[in-house]
Design a protein around this ligand. Structure first.
Ligand SMILES: *Cc1c(COP(=O)(O)O)cnc(C)c1O
Length: 399
């Protein structure tokens, strides 16, 4: 076999050992934190839940935080707390995970998919503006890859039109925009603590906001719509065993040992963020200027902690499509992924009547996207292997 042949064609892979695209980092302190809770009186709805909530407020500067069972539940509660229902339209990013728009459907609302900007790869405020009607109740802006999508332009637009702004910040814990942390930018911000995200609880999420009433509605809906708070009871004549279900809520509680894990992880958020910034800088330096791929434009307004590092292949300059290049990277033992397929192209959304061509920028971007490995426990040498494999493959296929 000729030296330098692609592993896909029988050559020697760039790495002996497979490098995943994402992986959690669990320390002995994390393990001890969980073990301590397992020996305590509370497994759920104990002190670790409010402990995590306080810590999230401290870190993000949000006024209120509610820890919940996962990021999808957080989005559902955000929509419910805002009163989204039948007949309401909610404008959603098209390049995102399905949860960002499923939450609208859970409430009986209609997701309206907005296109992305080819610069930021985030929601394009001009596309949002075009979709606003008298039925528009909210916007779900996704901080794709970790870059804040809630810019002053988007906030001003929503404010002017009286539309609530939900920030799906599943990717962006630790990022900030013009000196304000994610958690302070939108009316409601949702987080996810799934293992691939920057910090994990196993499963978990949170709803952050600055409005007391909104926060109390989230808390009520998190626990079946039940309250025991004497101040809030409709019927105050009963004993202290008494509680009332006042709304149709859910069980979106998170357990204490999950919160302990998440709080312990947050102690390393600074380290996690620094490493993600270092790896991102390394990739950026290696890839910027390449004709064969594109990256999102830089933005001096954002201090972004990247959750994902996608590149977009310039397929017109390559003799192979994304599918072949993806397979070639896997063969080199580089874990890759694709984030995301425009949500409305999913068979379920197609069955609701959404059609191909709805968001041309999102569809064009999607066709070239490949997510490269980015996680705390990978080394610069690992990143160097990724760069070597990408360059080897793209140079091979270059026209
Ligand atoms: C992970 C993710 C979610 C959902 O979070 P879960 O905790 O898995 O429910 C929502 N939106 C985006 C953009 C995500 O990446």
């Amino acid at each position: 076999m000729k030296d330098g042949a692609l592993a896909l064609h029988g050559g020697v892979p760039t790495r002996d050992k497979f490098l995943p695209y994402a992986r959690q980092s669990i320390s002995e302190a994390d393990i001890a934190a969980v073990a301590r809770v397992l020996r305590s009186d509370f497994l759920t709805t104990g002190p670790e839940v409010s402990g995590l909530e306080s810590k999230l407020c401290e870190i993000t500067g949000a006024k209120y935080a509610a820890a919940v069972s996962n990021g999808t539940a957080a989005l559902h509660l955000a929509c419910m707390a805002l009163g989204i229902g039948e007949g309401d339209e909610v404008i959603v990013s098209s390049i995102t995970f399905a949860a960002s728009s499923n939450c609208v459907l859970y409430c009986g609302g209609t997701p309206m998919f907005a296109d992305i900007s080819t610069d930021t790869w985030n929601l394009d405020p001009r596309s949002v503006e075009r979709l606003i009607t008298s039925r528009t109740k909210a916007v779900v802006a996704v901080d794709f890859t970790g870059r804040p999508a809630v810019t002053d332009e988007l906030s001003a637009l929503c404010k002017k039109r009286g539309i609530a702004l939900i920030e799906d910040a599943a990717h962006s814990l630790g990022s900030s925009y013009r000196g304000r942390s994610v958690g302070q930018l939108a009316d409601i911000t949702t987080l996810s603590f799934h293992p691939v995200k920057t910090v994990t609880a196993g499963e978990g999420g949170a709803v952050l906001c600055g409005d007391r009433e909104l926060h109390e509605r989230v808390l009520l809906l998190r626990g079946h719509g039940i309250t025991r708070d004497g101040e809030k009871l409709y019927n105050k004549e009963n004993g202290d065993w008494y509680y009332e279900q006042q709304l149709l809520g859910y069980n979106y509680r998170i357990s204490d040992f999950q919160c302990a894990l998440c709080a312990s992880q947050l102690d390393r958020l600074g380290l996690f963020a620094d490493k993600r910034r270092e790896l991102t800088r390394f990739y950026d330096a290696e890839f910027s200027g390449s004709e064969l791929l594109s990256l999102p434009a830089e933005d001096e307004d954002c201090d972004t902690v990247r959750h994902l590092y996608p590149i977009c292949l310039q397929t017109a300059k390559l003799r192979a499509d994304r599918r072949e290049i993806y397979a070639a990277l896997k063969a080199e033992n580089i874990g890759v992924n694709v984030h995301y397929i425009p949500v409305y192209l999913m068979p379920f959304y197609r069955s609701l009547g959404y059609e191909r061509g709805l968001c041309p920028n999102a569809e064009a971007l999607h066709n070239g996207l490949i997510t490269l490995p980015l996680f705390y426990d990978m080394s610069i040498q690992d990143a160097r292997d990724v760069v070597t494999a990408v360059k080897k493959i793209l140079n091979f296929y270059a026209i």
